[in-house]
Design a protein around this ligand. Structure first.
Ligand code: PMP
Length: 356
């Protein structure tokens, strides 16, 4: 009889499933979600819109109205196009699959978003991680040297970066783009609502750049919609490895509706930016904690013992992300999503207690 281990790739057998903690009953500050619900009248209107969606038909692969609205909201320059994914996670996978020539490499600063490395594993690309400096800023010299040495097919730059929150200076990114003439540079703007800076307007100025976005952090993590912006020459190729009908009808309808009300989500993002500033100041004032600058909706904080602090927060019913073992540069670090004011207060009180 055939067993899975006879059939499944050895590297897959040795992988572990992407773990998601059960947050039932917890203040959930582990996954960079927007904590605010939709205002009730808007949720009711959305319900009516969704009720009218025909579920018996496959979704449109290129929903023109949704794409036009996205282009308008994001300020996509004329001549650039948009490719939709089931979350940007799916786009990251598609890019890896499309570029995975034998021996090809994917390069990114580390610590960084885990999916870059995972997508490389799935597609048999070699992953090259370039460590940040100790203060978690981009080591541009090391990036330039690594690109020259490895000649990667793909370079990822998260703008700002997860889990550090760092917003790399534009001059550093330009230097990487210039050095990576033989590579595709993907600028991942998942946290754009909190950084309020973007490369989308410049995406056609470079032949080797595409920009990735998502609606997840803005408040729509549940609908799973990511989008890639770039020259049609790139997007046409990625479109060939897109699973058919990857963005479902309910997601398309909800996204189109919410783009008409994007001011609500942008208002919530503004509130979270103000909360981020308050939380950063409060964390900096805690003895034993040091907080890194963040342009995202989370803060990275170093404590004397991240395992102990994480467990103390769990006991206080607050779930955060303990990244202390993720990379040596993150030793004793916790990543704290900026939540609603009452959630942040609860988290701060528990952390203060834990650090006593
Ligand atoms: N890029 C970065 C830098 C992220 O942190 C995340 C979410 N953790 C993603 C992409 C994935 O976003 P999505 O929900 O659209 O798959």
């Amino acid at each position: 009889m055939t067993k899975p281990e006879d059939i499944i790739r050895a590297d897959v057998l040795s992988m572990t499933t992407y773990a998601v903690a059960d947050a039932t009953g917890f203040v959930k500050l582990d996954a960079m979600e927007n904590p605010f619900p939709l205002p009730a009248p808007l949720a009711a209107q959305l319900g009516e819109v969704l009720a009218a969606v025909a579920l018996n038909r496959y979704p449109e692969p290129r929903p023109a109205a949704l794409i036009e609205k996205l282009k308008a909201v994001m300020g996509v320059p004329a001549g650039a196009d948009v490719l939709l994914g089931n979350g940007s996670d799916e786009l990251i996978s598609m890019i890896a699959v499309a570029c995975a020539k034998p021996g090809a490499k994917l390069l990114a600063p580390v610590p960084g978003f885990v999916m870059y490395q995972m997508s490389a594993k799935f597609a048999h690309l070699e992953f090259v991680g370039v460590p940040h400096r100790a203060d978690l800023t981009l080591d541009t010299d090391a990036m330039v040297a690594a690109i020259a040495e490895h000649k990667p097919a793909i370079v990822y730059l998260a703008y700002p970066n997860n889990p550090t929150g760092t917003l790399y200076p534009d001059a550093d990114i330009e230097r990487v783009i210039e050095q990576a003439k033989g590579s595709l540079v993907v600028i991942d703007e998942a946290y754009q609502p909190f950084a309020q800076k973007s490369w989308i307007g410049r995406v056609l100025q470079y032949e080797n750049v595409v920009v990735m976005r998502t609606v997840s952090k803005l408040g729509l993590a549940g609908i799973r919609l990511g989008y890639l912006v770039g020259a049609p020459a790139w997007l046409t190729e990625f479109d060939k490895v897109r699973p058919p009908y990857n963005v479902n009808v309910l997601t398309q309808a909800a996204a189109e509706f919410m783009l008409e009300h994007v001011d609500v989500l942008e208002g919530q993002a503004a509130e979270l930016r103000a909360e981020r500033a308050k939380l950063a100041a409060a964390l900096a004032a805690l003895s034993g904690a040091s907080v890194f600058p963040s342009a995202a909706n989370f803060l990275l904080v170093r404590v004397p013992d991240s395992d102990a602090a994480f467990n103390a927060l769990l006991n206080a019913k607050v779930l955060v992300k303990n990244v202390g073992k993720m990379h040596p540069l993150l030793t004793n670090c916790l990543r704290l999503t900026v939540g609603a004011p009452n959630e942040n207060a609860q988290m701060l009180a528990a952390l203060e207690q834990a650090l006593k």
